[in-house]
Design a protein around this ligand. Structure first.
Ligand code: FES
Length: 114
């Protein structure tokens, strides 16, 4: 079964969301989500680390497109949340779409209780 998303408009222009390898937080429907850009592409991911709840917004993005948690330095791919440092966790990521009228973030319907 394919995932169903509710899409929320974030801004008009994607260059307003996040600069290259900088992590910023935006609230989408009352939920904090981290955004960063790598090689020009915008990515969205969970605010808290799946390991022990570290604040991913205070982490960093490495030269390979991984976000690095500030607490124990576990690494996760910005593209798909894969735990590239090998501890077996998974960081939730969110789809981002550039549309004619702005940037949209997709939240799975089940996460919002629909
Ligand atoms: S809380 Fe993120 S690596 Fe431990």
């Amino acid at each position: 079964m394919s995932k169903q998303y509710n899409w929320y408009r974030l801004t008009d222009a994607d260059d307003m969301v996040a600069a290259e390898q900088v992590i910023v937080v935006h609230e989408v429907k009352g939920k904090k989500i981290c955004f960063s850009r790598f090689q020009g592409q915008l990515f969205a991911f969970a605010y808290k680390c799946p390991h022990a709840g570290g604040p991913m917004s205070e982490g960093s993005v490495d030269a390979h497109g991984n976000v690095v948690c500030p607490l124990h330095r576990y690494k996760f791919s910005l593209r798909n949340g894969y735990n590239s440092s090998g501890e077996g966790f998974y960081l939730r990521t969110y789809p981002v779409e550039q549309r004619e009228d702005g940037i949209y973030v997709g939240m799975e319907k089940s996460w919002l209780g629909f």
